[in-house]
Design a protein around this ligand. Sequence first.
Ligand code: ZN
Length: 255
Amino acid sequence: MDRTLLGKIKIWGTLECKTGLHIGASKENMEIGAIDSPVVRDPVTREPYIPGSSLKGKMRSLLEKALKISDRRDIGTNRNPVKIHVCDDAEKASKCNLCRIFGSTGKDGGKNFPARLIVRDLYLTEQSAEELSGIDTGLQYTEWKFENAIDRVTAAANPRQIERVPKGALFQFELIYNVEDKSNIVEDLKNIKLGIELLKLDALGGHGSRGYGKVDIKFDSIEPIPVDYFKDMVHKKIVEFKSLDDIDEIATVFE
Ligand SMILES: [Zn+2]
């Protein structure tokens, strides 16, 4: 199957934590006596960040439900089954509203369909990093919250500390949508927008049912960039949009 690149649509803005956010890191390389459930951090700066894969996975699962796609495949293991919708081959994926955006891995000889949407890792804004570096919680940039689970029969308690990025933290947010087929732009962008709107009413990261992970996302700029812009050195002006409400106009840039 031929895939051509007609251009890119760059969508960026900020993600604000409206409640504490916990995206867990593995405990393997934590020292003894450390917090029970640490957040994921950049290994160099030690700042907490949101992996693009976490945001993308959440948008995908919310959209899968909203688009009522029921054909699901187990991509997990025997002990930990994970059922999600993934098209078996690239031809099918190119016609699927979900796999076209998020990609699919082939099965039984079917080809993979690489995702059209790239979700970058989200880092703290400069201002937020500066503010959080000054908070005095004993942890770098974060706070910890004490959670207690109680067995209702034996009344045994299982207290643990969960680390979280505090409410009010701001992260840079960037999505890149690869334009491969003009006829899909409007529908794909509508679904990306829907995924973002659903996320705002859901939760990112762990412990969402206990109030963690409420986020707001604001767009600063949406830039449709036809591939010609990169090819000829004549710098045409990039048209900038402020909202994903202008989807039809954004799509006309590629005509
Ligand atoms: Zn699919």
